[in-house]
Design a protein around this ligand. Structure first.
Ligand code: FAD
Length: 475
Protein backbone atom coordinates (compact mmCIF):
# COMPACT_ATOMS: atom_id res chain seq x y z
CA UNK A 1 0.00 0.00 0.00
CA UNK A 2 1.09 3.53 -0.68
CA UNK A 3 1.64 6.34 1.81
CA UNK A 4 -1.59 8.30 2.39
CA UNK A 5 -2.15 11.40 0.30
CA UNK A 6 -4.28 14.34 1.46
CA UNK A 7 -6.96 13.62 -1.10
CA UNK A 8 -7.78 11.01 -3.72
CA UNK A 9 -10.02 12.30 -6.50
CA UNK A 10 -11.91 9.49 -8.27
CA UNK A 11 -12.82 10.52 -11.82
CA UNK A 12 -10.83 12.81 -14.11
CA UNK A 13 -13.70 14.47 -15.95
CA UNK A 14 -14.37 18.21 -15.66
CA UNK A 15 -15.37 17.86 -11.98
CA UNK A 16 -12.40 15.71 -10.97
CA UNK A 17 -9.87 17.77 -12.94
CA UNK A 18 -11.12 20.99 -11.32
CA UNK A 19 -11.08 19.41 -7.86
CA UNK A 20 -7.54 18.06 -8.31
CA UNK A 21 -6.23 21.36 -9.73
CA UNK A 22 -7.75 23.37 -6.87
CA UNK A 23 -6.48 21.00 -4.18
CA UNK A 24 -2.99 21.09 -5.72
CA UNK A 25 -3.07 24.87 -5.90
CA UNK A 26 -3.93 24.84 -2.19
CA UNK A 27 -0.79 22.82 -1.45
CA UNK A 28 -2.33 19.39 -0.82
CA UNK A 29 -0.93 16.09 -2.04
CA UNK A 30 -3.38 14.63 -4.56
CA UNK A 31 -3.92 11.38 -6.45
CA UNK A 32 -6.27 11.54 -9.47
CA UNK A 33 -7.64 8.18 -10.58
CA UNK A 34 -9.59 7.38 -13.73
CA UNK A 35 -10.43 4.26 -15.68
CA UNK A 36 -9.95 6.10 -19.00
CA UNK A 37 -6.86 6.54 -21.19
CA UNK A 38 -6.71 10.28 -20.81
CA UNK A 39 -7.81 13.15 -18.62
CA UNK A 40 -11.09 14.84 -19.57
CA UNK A 41 -13.88 12.39 -18.74
CA UNK A 42 -16.84 12.15 -21.09
CA UNK A 43 -17.07 15.81 -22.05
CA UNK A 44 -13.40 16.19 -22.96
CA UNK A 45 -12.88 12.63 -24.13
CA UNK A 46 -9.75 12.52 -26.28
CA UNK A 47 -7.89 9.82 -28.16
CA UNK A 48 -5.08 8.29 -26.09
CA UNK A 49 -1.89 10.42 -25.99
CA UNK A 50 0.02 8.31 -28.55
CA UNK A 51 -2.77 8.71 -31.16
CA UNK A 52 -3.51 12.43 -30.79
CA UNK A 53 -1.48 13.53 -33.82
CA UNK A 54 -3.12 10.96 -36.10
CA UNK A 55 -6.70 11.40 -34.83
CA UNK A 56 -7.75 15.02 -34.64
CA UNK A 57 -10.94 15.68 -32.68
CA UNK A 58 -10.47 19.25 -31.41
CA UNK A 59 -13.23 20.56 -33.69
CA UNK A 60 -15.76 18.33 -31.87
CA UNK A 61 -15.05 19.92 -28.48
CA UNK A 62 -16.36 22.88 -26.53
CA UNK A 63 -14.57 24.88 -23.83
CA UNK A 64 -11.15 23.53 -24.76
CA UNK A 65 -9.56 26.61 -23.24
CA UNK A 66 -10.68 25.44 -19.78
CA UNK A 67 -9.46 21.92 -20.53
CA UNK A 68 -6.00 23.16 -21.53
CA UNK A 69 -5.78 25.45 -18.51
CA UNK A 70 -6.66 22.58 -16.17
CA UNK A 71 -4.32 20.14 -17.92
CA UNK A 72 -1.52 22.71 -17.55
CA UNK A 73 -2.30 23.22 -13.87
CA UNK A 74 -2.31 19.46 -13.27
CA UNK A 75 0.97 18.83 -15.07
CA UNK A 76 2.70 21.59 -13.10
CA UNK A 77 1.83 20.24 -9.64
CA UNK A 78 3.05 17.20 -7.70
CA UNK A 79 0.12 15.07 -8.76
CA UNK A 80 -0.08 11.27 -8.76
CA UNK A 81 -2.14 10.56 -11.91
CA UNK A 82 -3.47 7.01 -12.23
CA UNK A 83 -5.07 6.55 -15.64
CA UNK A 84 -6.51 3.16 -16.66
CA UNK A 85 -7.13 2.42 -12.99
CA UNK A 86 -10.65 1.21 -12.17
CA UNK A 87 -11.70 1.84 -8.61
CA UNK A 88 -13.74 -1.17 -7.54
CA UNK A 89 -14.44 -0.01 -4.01
CA UNK A 90 -13.52 2.62 -1.44
CA UNK A 91 -13.88 2.06 2.29
CA UNK A 92 -13.32 4.02 5.48
CA UNK A 93 -10.05 3.07 7.16
CA UNK A 94 -7.79 4.27 9.94
CA UNK A 95 -7.90 8.12 9.77
CA UNK A 96 -9.11 8.16 6.17
CA UNK A 97 -10.03 5.89 3.29
CA UNK A 98 -8.61 2.98 1.34
CA UNK A 99 -9.30 3.21 -2.38
CA UNK A 100 -9.08 -0.20 -4.04
CA UNK A 101 -8.34 -0.15 -7.76
CA UNK A 102 -7.10 -2.38 -10.53
CA UNK A 103 -4.32 -1.09 -12.73
CA UNK A 104 -5.17 -2.14 -16.31
CA UNK A 105 -2.26 -0.45 -18.11
CA UNK A 106 -0.67 -3.82 -18.92
CA UNK A 107 -3.87 -5.52 -20.07
CA UNK A 108 -4.73 -8.39 -20.04
CA UNK A 109 -2.75 -8.42 -16.78
CA UNK A 110 -4.49 -6.64 -13.90
CA UNK A 111 -2.56 -5.41 -10.90
CA UNK A 112 -4.19 -4.64 -7.56
CA UNK A 113 -3.55 -1.15 -6.18
CA UNK A 114 -4.65 0.34 -2.86
CA UNK A 115 -4.38 4.11 -2.44
CA UNK A 116 -4.72 5.66 0.98
CA UNK A 117 -6.26 9.07 1.42
CA UNK A 118 -7.19 11.37 4.26
CA UNK A 119 -10.13 12.63 2.19
CA UNK A 120 -11.98 11.52 -0.93
CA UNK A 121 -13.60 13.44 -3.77
CA UNK A 122 -16.00 11.27 -5.78
CA UNK A 123 -16.39 12.69 -9.30
CA UNK A 124 -17.50 9.60 -11.18
CA UNK A 125 -19.94 11.31 -13.56
CA UNK A 126 -22.85 9.54 -15.18
CA UNK A 127 -23.83 7.26 -18.02
CA UNK A 128 -26.53 7.20 -20.71
CA UNK A 129 -30.02 6.41 -19.48
CA UNK A 130 -31.63 3.90 -21.82
CA UNK A 131 -35.23 2.85 -22.45
CA UNK A 132 -35.70 -0.41 -24.30
CA UNK A 133 -37.75 -0.57 -27.49
CA UNK A 134 -38.33 -3.38 -29.97
CA UNK A 135 -35.02 -4.05 -31.76
CA UNK A 136 -32.79 -1.99 -29.45
CA UNK A 137 -30.62 -5.05 -28.91
CA UNK A 138 -29.64 -5.26 -32.62
CA UNK A 139 -26.00 -4.57 -33.49
CA UNK A 140 -25.73 -0.98 -34.74
CA UNK A 141 -28.07 0.43 -32.08
CA UNK A 142 -25.93 2.42 -29.63
CA UNK A 143 -26.39 5.00 -26.92
CA UNK A 144 -25.88 8.57 -28.12
CA UNK A 145 -23.08 8.87 -25.55
CA UNK A 146 -21.49 5.79 -27.10
CA UNK A 147 -21.66 7.36 -30.57
CA UNK A 148 -20.07 10.51 -29.18
CA UNK A 149 -17.37 8.56 -27.32
CA UNK A 150 -16.40 6.76 -30.54
CA UNK A 151 -16.20 10.08 -32.38
CA UNK A 152 -14.26 12.03 -29.75
CA UNK A 153 -12.13 9.16 -28.47
CA UNK A 154 -11.26 7.49 -31.74
CA UNK A 155 -12.46 9.68 -34.61
CA UNK A 156 -14.80 6.83 -35.59
CA UNK A 157 -18.33 7.29 -36.96
CA UNK A 158 -20.47 4.27 -36.10
CA UNK A 159 -22.39 4.45 -39.41
CA UNK A 160 -22.90 6.46 -42.55
CA UNK A 161 -26.70 6.92 -42.25
CA UNK A 162 -27.66 7.48 -38.65
CA UNK A 163 -30.92 8.23 -36.81
CA UNK A 164 -30.83 9.72 -33.32
CA UNK A 165 -33.60 9.63 -30.74
CA UNK A 166 -34.48 10.23 -27.12
CA UNK A 167 -34.66 13.50 -25.29
CA UNK A 168 -32.45 16.37 -24.16
CA UNK A 169 -30.01 18.89 -25.57
CA UNK A 170 -27.25 16.26 -25.86
CA UNK A 171 -28.84 15.08 -29.12
CA UNK A 172 -27.61 18.31 -30.76
CA UNK A 173 -23.81 18.06 -30.33
CA UNK A 174 -23.93 14.40 -31.29
CA UNK A 175 -25.85 15.18 -34.49
CA UNK A 176 -23.45 18.06 -35.27
CA UNK A 177 -20.37 15.91 -34.55
CA UNK A 178 -21.57 13.11 -36.83
CA UNK A 179 -22.43 15.56 -39.62
CA UNK A 180 -18.96 17.13 -39.28
CA UNK A 181 -17.48 13.69 -40.06
CA UNK A 182 -19.59 13.28 -43.19
CA UNK A 183 -22.34 11.14 -41.67
CA UNK A 184 -25.85 11.59 -43.04
CA UNK A 185 -27.98 12.24 -39.96
CA UNK A 186 -31.36 11.17 -41.31
CA UNK A 187 -33.45 12.04 -38.24
CA UNK A 188 -33.04 13.65 -34.82
CA UNK A 189 -36.14 12.59 -32.89
CA UNK A 190 -36.75 14.65 -29.73
CA UNK A 191 -39.61 13.24 -27.66
CA UNK A 192 -40.24 16.46 -25.75
CA UNK A 193 -42.13 19.55 -26.78
CA UNK A 194 -39.62 22.44 -26.98
CA UNK A 195 -42.34 24.84 -25.81
CA UNK A 196 -42.01 23.23 -22.36
CA UNK A 197 -38.89 25.40 -21.89
CA UNK A 198 -41.11 28.48 -21.85
CA UNK A 199 -42.40 27.40 -18.44
CA UNK A 200 -38.95 28.19 -17.05
CA UNK A 201 -38.19 31.71 -18.29
CA UNK A 202 -35.89 32.51 -15.35
CA UNK A 203 -33.52 29.63 -16.08
CA UNK A 204 -33.49 30.57 -19.76
CA UNK A 205 -32.77 34.24 -19.22
CA UNK A 206 -29.95 33.53 -16.76
CA UNK A 207 -28.16 31.15 -19.15
CA UNK A 208 -27.90 32.91 -22.52
CA UNK A 209 -24.74 30.97 -23.44
CA UNK A 210 -26.78 27.77 -23.65
CA UNK A 211 -29.07 29.35 -26.22
CA UNK A 212 -26.18 30.68 -28.24
CA UNK A 213 -24.80 27.12 -28.30
CA UNK A 214 -28.22 25.74 -29.34
CA UNK A 215 -28.56 28.33 -32.12
CA UNK A 216 -25.07 27.34 -33.31
CA UNK A 217 -26.26 23.77 -33.93
CA UNK A 218 -29.26 25.02 -35.90
CA UNK A 219 -26.91 27.16 -38.04
CA UNK A 220 -24.82 24.05 -38.67
CA UNK A 221 -27.88 22.36 -40.17
CA UNK A 222 -29.07 20.18 -37.27
CA UNK A 223 -32.83 19.75 -37.73
CA UNK A 224 -34.77 18.30 -34.81
CA UNK A 225 -38.19 16.65 -35.11
CA UNK A 226 -39.96 17.59 -31.88
CA UNK A 227 -42.42 15.20 -30.21
CA UNK A 228 -41.22 12.22 -32.19
CA UNK A 229 -39.48 9.02 -31.14
CA UNK A 230 -37.74 5.98 -32.54
CA UNK A 231 -40.15 3.25 -31.47
CA UNK A 232 -38.61 0.26 -33.25
CA UNK A 233 -35.40 -0.92 -34.93
CA UNK A 234 -35.36 -3.61 -37.59
CA UNK A 235 -32.78 -5.74 -39.34
CA UNK A 236 -31.47 -9.29 -39.56
CA UNK A 237 -27.80 -9.29 -38.50
CA UNK A 238 -27.74 -5.60 -37.66
CA UNK A 239 -30.02 -2.60 -37.79
CA UNK A 240 -31.23 -1.69 -41.28
CA UNK A 241 -34.18 0.61 -40.54
CA UNK A 242 -36.03 2.34 -37.73
CA UNK A 243 -39.69 3.10 -37.11
CA UNK A 244 -40.35 6.70 -36.20
CA UNK A 245 -43.65 8.10 -34.93
CA UNK A 246 -45.07 11.40 -33.70
CA UNK A 247 -46.01 11.27 -30.04
CA UNK A 248 -49.02 12.40 -28.06
CA UNK A 249 -48.22 14.52 -24.97
CA UNK A 250 -48.18 11.29 -22.91
CA UNK A 251 -45.71 9.69 -25.31
CA UNK A 252 -48.03 7.35 -27.22
CA UNK A 253 -47.36 6.98 -30.94
CA UNK A 254 -50.01 8.98 -32.87
CA UNK A 255 -51.96 6.57 -35.07
CA UNK A 256 -51.10 6.93 -38.75
CA UNK A 257 -47.81 8.81 -38.20
CA UNK A 258 -45.45 5.84 -38.20
CA UNK A 259 -42.86 5.61 -40.95
CA UNK A 260 -39.76 3.59 -41.70
CA UNK A 261 -36.37 5.15 -42.35
CA UNK A 262 -33.36 3.22 -43.63
CA UNK A 263 -30.25 3.52 -41.46
CA UNK A 264 -27.02 1.67 -40.74
CA UNK A 265 -26.66 2.93 -37.15
CA UNK A 266 -28.89 4.37 -34.44
CA UNK A 267 -28.12 6.40 -31.31
CA UNK A 268 -30.60 6.69 -28.46
CA UNK A 269 -30.42 8.46 -25.10
CA UNK A 270 -32.91 9.55 -22.46
CA UNK A 271 -30.66 11.80 -20.45
CA UNK A 272 -28.08 10.38 -18.07
CA UNK A 273 -28.01 8.47 -14.80
CA UNK A 274 -25.43 9.35 -12.13
CA UNK A 275 -22.68 6.79 -11.45
CA UNK A 276 -23.43 6.02 -7.79
CA UNK A 277 -21.68 2.71 -7.08
CA UNK A 278 -18.93 4.16 -4.90
CA UNK A 279 -20.97 6.74 -2.96
CA UNK A 280 -23.66 4.13 -2.20
CA UNK A 281 -21.03 1.70 -0.89
CA UNK A 282 -19.44 4.46 1.17
CA UNK A 283 -22.84 5.10 2.76
CA UNK A 284 -23.41 8.60 1.35
CA UNK A 285 -26.99 9.83 1.66
CA UNK A 286 -28.87 10.27 -1.60
CA UNK A 287 -31.50 12.79 -2.72
CA UNK A 288 -34.18 12.70 -5.42
CA UNK A 289 -33.61 14.82 -8.53
CA UNK A 290 -36.25 16.18 -10.92
CA UNK A 291 -35.17 13.85 -13.73
CA UNK A 292 -36.16 10.73 -11.74
CA UNK A 293 -32.60 9.89 -10.68
CA UNK A 294 -31.27 9.56 -7.17
CA UNK A 295 -28.14 11.69 -6.76
CA UNK A 296 -25.49 12.13 -4.05
CA UNK A 297 -26.81 14.61 -1.48
CA UNK A 298 -24.29 17.38 -0.81
CA UNK A 299 -24.20 20.61 1.18
CA UNK A 300 -23.30 23.94 -0.40
CA UNK A 301 -19.63 22.97 -0.20
CA UNK A 302 -20.14 19.57 -1.93
CA UNK A 303 -19.69 17.67 1.35
CA UNK A 304 -21.59 14.38 1.44
CA UNK A 305 -23.21 12.98 4.58
CA UNK A 306 -20.04 10.91 5.23
CA UNK A 307 -17.31 13.00 6.91
CA UNK A 308 -14.26 13.23 4.66
CA UNK A 309 -16.16 12.32 1.47
CA UNK A 310 -17.02 15.05 -1.04
CA UNK A 311 -18.81 14.66 -4.36
CA UNK A 312 -18.91 16.81 -7.48
CA UNK A 313 -20.21 16.75 -11.03
CA UNK A 314 -22.87 14.49 -12.46
CA UNK A 315 -22.78 12.06 -9.52
CA UNK A 316 -24.60 14.92 -7.74
CA UNK A 317 -27.09 15.48 -10.56
CA UNK A 318 -27.04 15.86 -14.32
CA UNK A 319 -26.22 19.43 -15.21
CA UNK A 320 -23.45 19.59 -17.81
CA UNK A 321 -19.73 20.09 -17.82
CA UNK A 322 -19.61 23.72 -16.68
CA UNK A 323 -21.60 22.90 -13.54
CA UNK A 324 -19.32 19.90 -12.95
CA UNK A 325 -16.23 22.13 -13.21
CA UNK A 326 -17.49 24.59 -10.64
CA UNK A 327 -18.67 21.87 -8.25
CA UNK A 328 -15.24 20.26 -8.47
CA UNK A 329 -13.65 23.55 -7.50
CA UNK A 330 -16.05 23.99 -4.57
CA UNK A 331 -15.45 20.42 -3.36
CA UNK A 332 -11.69 21.00 -3.26
CA UNK A 333 -12.17 24.30 -1.45
CA UNK A 334 -14.13 22.40 1.21
CA UNK A 335 -11.35 19.81 1.44
CA UNK A 336 -8.87 22.66 2.00
CA UNK A 337 -11.09 24.35 4.58
CA UNK A 338 -11.68 21.08 6.47
CA UNK A 339 -7.94 20.36 6.42
CA UNK A 340 -7.30 23.76 7.97
CA UNK A 341 -5.58 25.08 4.84
CA UNK A 342 -6.22 28.52 3.33
CA UNK A 343 -8.45 28.67 0.23
CA UNK A 344 -6.89 28.36 -3.22
CA UNK A 345 -9.55 30.58 -4.82
CA UNK A 346 -9.73 34.27 -3.93
CA UNK A 347 -12.80 35.13 -1.82
CA UNK A 348 -14.60 37.16 -4.52
CA UNK A 349 -14.00 34.54 -7.18
CA UNK A 350 -15.38 31.90 -4.81
CA UNK A 351 -18.59 33.89 -4.40
CA UNK A 352 -18.85 34.07 -8.22
CA UNK A 353 -18.33 30.30 -8.45
CA UNK A 354 -21.18 29.71 -5.99
CA UNK A 355 -23.52 31.89 -7.98
CA UNK A 356 -22.49 30.12 -11.23
CA UNK A 357 -23.34 26.81 -9.56
CA UNK A 358 -26.78 28.12 -8.58
CA UNK A 359 -27.37 29.41 -12.12
CA UNK A 360 -26.34 26.13 -13.77
CA UNK A 361 -28.42 24.11 -11.30
CA UNK A 362 -31.50 26.19 -12.13
CA UNK A 363 -30.88 25.42 -15.81
CA UNK A 364 -30.42 21.72 -15.04
CA UNK A 365 -33.74 21.63 -13.17
CA UNK A 366 -35.51 23.32 -16.08
CA UNK A 367 -33.87 20.88 -18.49
CA UNK A 368 -35.05 17.88 -16.45
CA UNK A 369 -38.63 19.19 -16.39
CA UNK A 370 -38.64 20.13 -20.09
CA UNK A 371 -37.21 16.75 -21.20
CA UNK A 372 -39.01 14.09 -19.14
CA UNK A 373 -39.14 10.42 -19.98
CA UNK A 374 -42.52 10.11 -21.77
CA UNK A 375 -44.96 8.58 -19.24
CA UNK A 376 -46.39 6.12 -21.80
CA UNK A 377 -43.01 4.93 -23.17
CA UNK A 378 -43.60 1.35 -21.99
CA UNK A 379 -46.48 1.04 -24.47
CA UNK A 380 -43.86 0.86 -27.26
CA UNK A 381 -42.71 -2.48 -25.88
CA UNK A 382 -44.00 -5.78 -27.17
CA UNK A 383 -44.04 -8.83 -24.89
CA UNK A 384 -40.93 -10.11 -26.69
CA UNK A 385 -38.90 -6.91 -26.30
CA UNK A 386 -35.74 -7.73 -24.38
CA UNK A 387 -35.44 -5.40 -21.38
CA UNK A 388 -32.32 -6.84 -19.70
CA UNK A 389 -29.88 -7.60 -22.50
CA UNK A 390 -27.30 -9.37 -20.33
CA UNK A 391 -29.76 -11.95 -18.99
CA UNK A 392 -32.20 -11.76 -21.95
CA UNK A 393 -35.23 -10.98 -19.79
CA UNK A 394 -38.25 -9.82 -21.79
CA UNK A 395 -40.85 -7.17 -21.05
CA UNK A 396 -43.43 -9.94 -20.57
CA UNK A 397 -41.25 -11.56 -17.87
CA UNK A 398 -40.73 -8.25 -16.05
CA UNK A 399 -44.47 -7.54 -16.10
CA UNK A 400 -45.35 -11.07 -15.02
CA UNK A 401 -43.09 -10.67 -11.97
CA UNK A 402 -45.61 -8.11 -10.59
CA UNK A 403 -42.77 -6.75 -8.48
CA UNK A 404 -42.77 -3.44 -6.66
CA UNK A 405 -39.27 -2.31 -7.64
CA UNK A 406 -36.22 -3.26 -9.72
CA UNK A 407 -34.60 -5.15 -6.84
CA UNK A 408 -37.56 -7.52 -6.60
CA UNK A 409 -37.60 -7.92 -10.38
CA UNK A 410 -33.94 -8.90 -10.18
CA UNK A 411 -34.67 -11.60 -7.61
CA UNK A 412 -37.60 -12.97 -9.59
CA UNK A 413 -36.32 -12.76 -13.17
CA UNK A 414 -32.50 -12.18 -13.08
CA UNK A 415 -32.98 -8.80 -14.84
CA UNK A 416 -29.97 -6.71 -13.77
CA UNK A 417 -27.90 -9.69 -12.65
CA UNK A 418 -25.59 -9.89 -15.65
CA UNK A 419 -22.31 -8.32 -16.73
CA UNK A 420 -23.50 -4.70 -16.55
CA UNK A 421 -25.18 -5.30 -13.18
CA UNK A 422 -28.30 -3.38 -14.16
CA UNK A 423 -26.54 -0.21 -15.31
CA UNK A 424 -28.26 -0.53 -18.67
CA UNK A 425 -31.68 -1.90 -17.75
CA UNK A 426 -31.98 -0.68 -14.14
CA UNK A 427 -33.67 2.68 -14.78
CA UNK A 428 -36.09 1.10 -17.29
CA UNK A 429 -37.00 -1.84 -15.03
CA UNK A 430 -37.53 0.64 -12.22
CA UNK A 431 -39.76 2.79 -14.41
CA UNK A 432 -41.80 -0.30 -15.41
CA UNK A 433 -42.43 -1.19 -11.77
CA UNK A 434 -42.15 1.81 -9.42
CA UNK A 435 -42.43 4.91 -11.53
CA UNK A 436 -43.35 7.22 -8.65
CA UNK A 437 -40.00 7.03 -6.84
CA UNK A 438 -36.49 8.05 -7.93
CA UNK A 439 -34.26 5.28 -9.27
CA UNK A 440 -31.70 4.15 -6.70
CA UNK A 441 -29.26 1.57 -8.07
CA UNK A 442 -28.69 -1.60 -6.10
CA UNK A 443 -25.62 -1.50 -3.86
CA UNK A 444 -22.71 -3.17 -5.63
CA UNK A 445 -19.84 -4.08 -3.34
CA UNK A 446 -17.63 -4.41 -6.39
CA UNK A 447 -18.20 -1.42 -8.67
CA UNK A 448 -16.35 -2.73 -11.69
CA UNK A 449 -15.50 -6.27 -12.85
CA UNK A 450 -12.19 -7.38 -11.33
CA UNK A 451 -10.34 -10.65 -11.77
CA UNK A 452 -9.87 -13.11 -8.92
CA UNK A 453 -6.12 -12.89 -9.66
CA UNK A 454 -6.08 -9.16 -8.84
CA UNK A 455 -8.13 -9.73 -5.70
CA UNK A 456 -5.81 -12.54 -4.59
CA UNK A 457 -2.80 -10.28 -5.22
CA UNK A 458 -4.33 -7.61 -3.01
CA UNK A 459 -5.08 -10.07 -0.20
CA UNK A 460 -1.51 -11.45 -0.40
CA UNK A 461 -0.08 -7.90 -0.32
CA UNK A 462 -2.17 -7.03 2.73
CA UNK A 463 -0.99 -10.20 4.53
CA UNK A 464 2.68 -9.33 3.87
CA UNK A 465 2.12 -5.77 5.07
CA UNK A 466 0.43 -7.01 8.26
CA UNK A 467 3.29 -9.43 8.93
CA UNK A 468 5.91 -6.70 8.38
CA UNK A 469 4.15 -4.28 10.70
CA UNK A 470 3.82 -7.02 13.39
CA UNK A 471 7.57 -7.78 13.04
CA UNK A 472 8.30 -4.06 13.24
CA UNK A 473 6.37 -3.81 16.51
CA UNK A 474 7.97 -6.94 17.97
CA UNK A 475 11.54 -5.89 17.08
C1 FAD B 1 -20.77 8.62 -22.92
C2 FAD B 1 -21.02 10.08 -22.60
C3 FAD B 1 -20.62 11.06 -23.50
C4 FAD B 1 -20.85 12.41 -23.22
N1 FAD B 1 -20.45 13.36 -24.12
C5 FAD B 1 -20.78 14.66 -23.91
C6 FAD B 1 -20.51 15.65 -24.90
O1 FAD B 1 -19.92 15.35 -25.91
N2 FAD B 1 -20.92 16.92 -24.65
C7 FAD B 1 -21.59 17.24 -23.50
O2 FAD B 1 -21.98 18.40 -23.33
N3 FAD B 1 -21.84 16.34 -22.55
C8 FAD B 1 -21.48 15.06 -22.73
N4 FAD B 1 -21.79 14.12 -21.80
C9 FAD B 1 -22.34 14.59 -20.53
C10 FAD B 1 -21.06 14.82 -19.69
O3 FAD B 1 -20.71 13.61 -19.11
C11 FAD B 1 -21.05 15.82 -18.59
O4 FAD B 1 -21.70 16.97 -18.81
C12 FAD B 1 -19.66 16.07 -17.99
O5 FAD B 1 -18.64 15.34 -18.60
C13 FAD B 1 -19.76 15.71 -16.55
O6 FAD B 1 -18.52 15.83 -15.93
P1 FAD B 1 -18.14 14.93 -14.69
O7 FAD B 1 -16.75 15.31 -14.33
O8 FAD B 1 -19.19 15.00 -13.66
O9 FAD B 1 -18.19 13.44 -15.22
P2 FAD B 1 -17.46 12.68 -16.41
O10 FAD B 1 -16.99 13.58 -17.46
O11 FAD B 1 -18.40 11.59 -16.78
O12 FAD B 1 -16.18 12.05 -15.70
C14 FAD B 1 -16.28 11.01 -14.78
C15 FAD B 1 -15.00 10.21 -14.86
O13 FAD B 1 -15.02 9.26 -13.80
C16 FAD B 1 -14.42 8.08 -14.26
N5 FAD B 1 -14.90 6.99 -13.42
C17 FAD B 1 -16.19 6.67 -13.13
N6 FAD B 1 -16.24 5.62 -12.30
C18 FAD B 1 -14.94 5.26 -12.06
C19 FAD B 1 -14.32 4.22 -11.30
N7 FAD B 1 -15.05 3.33 -10.58
N8 FAD B 1 -12.96 4.13 -11.32
C20 FAD B 1 -12.20 5.02 -12.03
N9 FAD B 1 -12.75 6.01 -12.78
C21 FAD B 1 -14.08 6.12 -12.79
C22 FAD B 1 -14.87 7.96 -15.72
O14 FAD B 1 -13.95 7.17 -16.46
C23 FAD B 1 -14.88 9.43 -16.15
O15 FAD B 1 -13.69 9.79 -16.81
C24 FAD B 1 -21.52 12.78 -22.03
C25 FAD B 1 -21.90 11.78 -21.12
C26 FAD B 1 -21.66 10.45 -21.40
C27 FAD B 1 -22.10 9.41 -20.41
Amino acid sequence: MSEPVDVVVIGAGPAGMAAAATALAGGLSVALVDSGNALGGQFWRHPPEHAREAIRTDDLHHHLREYRALSGALSAGALDVRLRHDVWTAVGADRGFDVHAVDRREEPREAAVVLRARRLVVATGGYDRQLPFPGWDLPGVLTIGGLQALLKGGGVAAGSRVALGGTGPFLLPVAAGLAARGVEVVAVCEAANPLAWLRHPGALLRNPAKWVEGAGYVRRGVRVRPRTAIIGAHGVDRVASVRIASLTPEGRPRPGTERRVEVDAVGVGWGFAPQLDLPVTLGCALADAEDGNAVVAVDDGQRTSVPGVYAAGEACGIGGAMLALREGQLAAESVLADAGAPPATPYRRLAAVRSEVARHRAFARAMALAHPVPPAWSEWLTDETVVCRCEEVTAAAVRAAEASDHRQVKQLTRAGMGWCQGRMCGPAVHSLTAEQQAYVPTERLIATPVTLGALAEEVAGAAVEKKESTHGRDA
